[in-house]
Design a binder for this molecule. Structure first.
Ligand code: ZN
Length: 94
């Protein structure tokens, strides 16, 4: 996939709720996101591009697990409304 195709996929996944717009519900001191960096590739495919070997796994309280490649995660951060470092919650489109 090209970056443009990945961005389109990310927007579609956010629209369908497969990629949560709001930060994970689990709060950790110093970070609002519960992230686990796997040392070995997961057997599950990347949520965004569908390719194997995602390195980033995010756990949400609702039981949703999002698995991403580092590159896909970086694109998601860019496409996400509301920068996660300056707002407590993303409240949707303004
Ligand atoms: Zn990916």
């Amino acid at each position: 996939m090209t970056p443009d195709e990945l961005r389109a996929k990310i927007r579609a996944l956010m629209a369908s709720g497969d990629l949560p717009i709001e930060p994970p519900s689990i709060e950790r001191r110093g970070s609002r996101e519960a992230r686990v960096l796997y040392a070995i590739p997961s057997s599950e495919p990347c949520t965004i591009c569908g390719e194997p070997g995602p390195q980033v796994v995010l756990f949400y309280m609702a039981g949703l697990v999002v698995r991403l490649h580092a590159a896909c995660d970086a694109l998601w951060q860019q496409e996400r409304p509301g920068a996660p470092d300056s707002h407590d919650r993303a409240t949707g489109a303004s």
